[in-house]
Design a binder for this molecule. Structure first.
Ligand code: CMP
Length: 138
């Protein structure tokens, strides 16, 4: 089934110059990029984006981190995009993510883990709607 999902290079990934590498992996895999932008998240937007994590012990540091610099958000489209993108980014904790995944290759932390991808059809719809308007999607 063709799906769309949101992938976001986090501030650490942008700072480290990994934007091109990350976009390239999704393109080479066969996904189509249907939306792409760089933005600096406001606290308000970040709190909405991560609203499912509100109340968790790491929530405030997560918001501090994700608003610490620009992110690059993209919407990718293709067969089973949501689950395949999750496989490609690897486990949340970079120390546990398998080599060959983006976090497995580039992250050594659970909080600064380079990249985000929506974890379900509901999150994908919510996150895409938060970051992109209809006319920004090809
Ligand atoms: P992400 O896939 O963007 O979704 C929520 C983020 O919260 C996650 O990646 C991590 O960056 C962060 N996160 C999740 N669990 C923890 C934790 N236990 N400690 C710190 N950060 C966490």
């Amino acid at each position: 089934v063709v799906e769309r999902t949101l992938v976001m290079v986090k501030p650490d990934g942008v700072r480290r110059g990994l934007v091109g590498e990350i976009i390239s992996r999704f393109e080479k895999k066969g996904f189509r990029i249907v939306g792409l932008k760089m933005l600096r998240m406001s606290r308000e937007l970040a709190e909405k984006f991560y609203s499912v994590h509100r109340g968790k012990p790491f929530f405030n540091s997560l918001i501090d981190f994700i608003t610490s610099g620009p992110v690059v958000a993209m919407v990718i489209e293709g067969d089973s995009a949501i689950s395949v993108a999750r496989l490609m980014i690897g486990s949340t904790d970079g120390r546990e993510a398998l080599p060959g995944t983006i976090r497995g290759d580039y992250a050594l932390s659970k909080s600064e883990n380079v990249v985000h991808a929506s974890d379900s059809p509901e999150s994908a719809a919510y996150e895409i709607g938060l970051l992109f308007s209809e006319d920004e999607l090809a």
